[in-house]
Design a protein around this ligand. Structure first.
Ligand SMILES: Nc1ncnc2c1ncn2[C@@H]1O[C@H](COP(=O)(O)OP(=O)(O)OP(=O)(O)O)[C@@H](O)[C@H]1O
Length: 357
């Protein structure tokens, strides 16, 4: 796999930005034998908002853990903020913030107390703590409830508190592991604002997500991981351009597997796509990507009807990152979910612990 190349602008004086993350041929095999990460190479320059996108179980969390020294890679080399993941573990950990998927908030404590605890754990000088706590409470809009116990907070508020605790030591690089999973759209949008603010202030962000829209909204550049391999990389616009054409999504009344397969055959055999484009099953029907999707859409619907395939609805649109995933892997992201058992320990891995603590 080729390393993910940088497209971020150089500095004003023309010198290239140093790399915040440099990972070469990284692999992680768990003791169970699961090869969770296979030959992953990526480079993230300072200041970038980088997205690591992939379905459930693709290897996102394992990659982050290898980057922040919570797991030892089975193979490959990693430097983060110039620190080697094997040789400079302590310095590396002190130089990054990490918001894990599971909350680290102590529900019995208030927001202020949670942040103060994180300041102590990260060694923020005593004299600076009060101001730092107020600054972070403001950043994540929790000042008004700062002295309420965290158990009274909504899911979104707890996530915001997690963001604040990951930032207490002002790390130049922050890892956000699926930070908005399970949140409603309003809470998600609010978190996006903070992530943008953090990045605008100069912090490099490495975000993992299953939400293609999230990656599209926030990220300068993306890598898509599937089954431990990086399968695509580029800016959101570049990835969408890879789809090559517009997308016709057709929902079927009978959307069982054989009906969807039949619809795929009908589209392929219709000859309407002039030998280009692609057609794949979706969860509820079929998706046709073609340079001619807009022009031949109606004819395709007629062909389906004539073949006895009942159509419930359809839509033609410009490609989204969902379409990118489908085009790259041939399967919708949602159909590729595998269960992350999370049971056995990695072959060389130390136990999980919060970075910097
Ligand atoms: N501790 C572990 N022991 C054994 N296998 C594991 C362990 N943790 C994860 N895996 C497996 O490694 C693979 C990658 O999992 P990982 O959690 O890195 O994926 P992910 O992309 O972060 O997914 P999710 O969105 O579910 O967090 C999966 O097959 C998962 O079942």
């Amino acid at each position: 796999m080729h390393p993910v190349s940088s497209t971020t602008d150089d500095r004003p004086d023309g010198s290239p930005r140093p790399d915040a993350i440099r990972a070469q041929h990284v692999s992680v095999t768990y003791a169970s034998g699961t090869e969770a990460v296979k030959d992953v190479s990526l480079t993230v320059p300072e200041g970038e908002f980088f997205g690591f996108l992939g379905p459930n179980g693709a290897g996102k969390t394992t990659t982050i853990k290898a980057l922040v020294t919570l797991l030892d890679p089975t193979g490959g080399t990693v430097t983060v903020n110039g620190f080697d993941v094997r040789r400079d573990r302590r310095a590396l950990r002190a130089s990054v913030g990490y918001m894990a998927q599971e909350t680290s908030v102590d529900l019995e404590l208030t927001a202020r107390e949670n942040i103060r605890f994180a300041c102590e754990a990260y060694g923020v000088p005593r004299a600076e703590r009060a101001a730092r706590i107020d600054e972070l409470l403001d950043l994540v809009d929790l000042a008004a409830v700062a002295d309420d116990q965290a158990k009274t907070y909504s899911g979104g508020m707890k996530k915001r508190l997690d963001v604040a605790t990951a930032l207490v030591h002002r790390p130049p690089l922050v890892f956000l592991d699926e930070p908005t999973t399970g949140l409603d759209p309003k809470a998600r949008n609010r978190l996006w604002e903070y992530f943008r603010e953090i990045n605008d202030a100069g912090t490099t962000v490495f975000l993992t997500t299953q939400y293609l829209e999230e990656a599209d909204q926030l990220c300068d550049r993306l890598a898509v991981i599937d089954d431990g391999h990086i399968v695509a990389e580029g800016t959101p616009a570049e990835l969408k351009a890879r789809v090559g054409g517009d997308v016709l999504d057709v929902d079927l009344i009978d959307d069982d597997e054989s009906s969807r397969d039949r619809a795929v055959r009908v589209v392929r055999e219709s000859g309407l796509l002039d030998g280009e484009g692609s057609v794949s099953r979706t969860e509820t029907g079929v998706s046709v990507t073609s340079l001619h999707a807009r022009r031949v859409g109606t004819d395709l619907l007629v062909a389906l009807r004539d073949a006895g395939v009942a159509v419930e609805g359809f839509e033609v649109h410009s490609p989204t990152l969902d379409d990118v995933f489908l085009a790259i892997t041939g399967t919708p992201a949602s159909e590729r979910a595998t269960s992350a058992d999370g049971e056995s320990e990695p072959s060389e891995g130390p136990t999980d612990q919060k970075v910097g603590r």
